[in-house]
Design a protein around this ligand. Structure first.
Ligand SMILES: O=c1[nH]cnc2c1ncn2[C@@H]1O[C@H](CO)[C@@H](O)[C@H]1O
Length: 321
């Protein structure tokens, strides 16, 4: 008997690599995308909702609901860091797409996550591609959420490497460090895929040429929006290609054998010059004193990735679609 597809909710701030991950998800037979929930990060939340609706319309999948998430950080902060310099002012490569026809559900992302997890205990995977505010709100709303949710796959963190916002912090964790610390210490089954791993997964210029030559709807659409993302990488990293952050996390949620992990306790610094830094305690040393890591639940942190296999899956699934 064929396995039931895994139910996935993508929490997203689209975003060019979010668009890739969403299309990839829609082309992955192993999973069923049950909703997109939205968050600020690459764009403000209002625009994230608009882009999520737009991407589902492009894909012909308006059957999938969009649920709007928080407009402010967990501590009600309104001074958000928006990465429009990575994705364009519209989040999708400055293409001036028409506004979507659809509307989000009349619910908040956090309440929706709580309800879905309660109705399908252990069965839902959340793939979190932006700052973790919605997930932290769900943890705070329902003391059972951490048990009811199947797995939370987090695209975020810079484990033992420099960040991409500053030398300490990765963008999604920096976006709401308080939320990230709540989620990492919640007790949920968590897999973190950080930039220590995603910076090894590069879509090259020649991969992009292949995408451009494909007649597929998704390939053509992505080729258009990728210009801005490629220019940013050339300038910021001097790479001839782009990092596949969000697609890597999505694929790790589908097939955990694409990464190897370490287990341990992750805490997030919430203030000071290292605000947003993620520190994994690998439990190799037994500390004599109580630390901020003592008696916290363990999570999985990706430490290696089969990059060629990830890139091939991305290409194969996006080329002929
Ligand atoms: O340099 C950057 N600054 C801010 N955000 C970035 C940068 N590069 C990529 N992303 C975005 O943040 C997530 C990975 O950290 C990805 O979702 C990517 O789209």
């Amino acid at each position: 008997m064929a396995l039931q597809p895994k139910k996935i909710i993508i929490d997203t701030d689209p975003g060019i690599d979010d668009a890739m991950a969403i299309f990839l998800a829609l082309r992955s037979p192993e999973i069923e995308v049950i909703a997109l929930t939205t968050i600020y990060g690459n764009v403000y939340t209002t625009l994230a909702t608009r882009n999520a609706l737009h991407l589902l319309e492009v894909a012909g999948r308006t059957d999938i609901p969009v649920v709007e998430g928080s407009h402010v950080t967990l501590t009600k902060g309104t001074k958000l860091r928006i990465a429009d310099f990575v994705h364009g002012a519209d989040g999708l490569g400055n293409q001036n797409f028409p506004p979507p026809k659809g509307k989000p559900l009349e619910d908040s992302a956090a309440a929706y996550l709580v309800q879905q997890a309660k109705e399908n205990p252990g069965k839902i995977t959340v793939v979190a591609l932006g700052p973790l505010t919605n997930i932290a709100l769900a943890v705070q709303l329902d003391p059972e959420f951490y048990k009811n949710i199947g797995q939370i796959v987090i695209l975020g963190g810079a484990f033992a490497v420099n960040g991409n916002v500053n030398p300490a912090a990765e963008a999604n964790i920096f976006g709401d460090p308080d939320a990230a610390d709540v989620v990492f210490t919640s007790g949920a089954d968590i897999l973190a895929v950080g930039i220590n791993v995603t910076h090894q997964v590069v879509l090259t210029d020649s991969d992009r040429e292949k995408l451009a030559s494909s007649n597929g709807n998704f390939a053509q659409y992505l080729n258009k929006i990728l210009d801005v993302y490629f220019s940013y990488h050339r300038e910021a990293y001097n790479t001839k290609g782009v990092y596949l952050h969000d697609p890597t996390a999505l694929l790790a949620a589908i097939d955990p054998s694409l990464v190897t992990c370490m287990e341990g306790i992750v805490r997030v610094q919430t203030n000071g010059i290292t605000r947003g830094i993620t520190i994994l305690y690998n439990k190799q040393k037994r500390f004599g004193e109580i630390t901020e890591w003592s008696n916290k639940p363990s999570v999985k942190v990706a430490v290696t990735v089969d990059a060629p296999r990830v890139v091939k899956l991305v290409m194969d699934r996006l080329m002929d679609s």
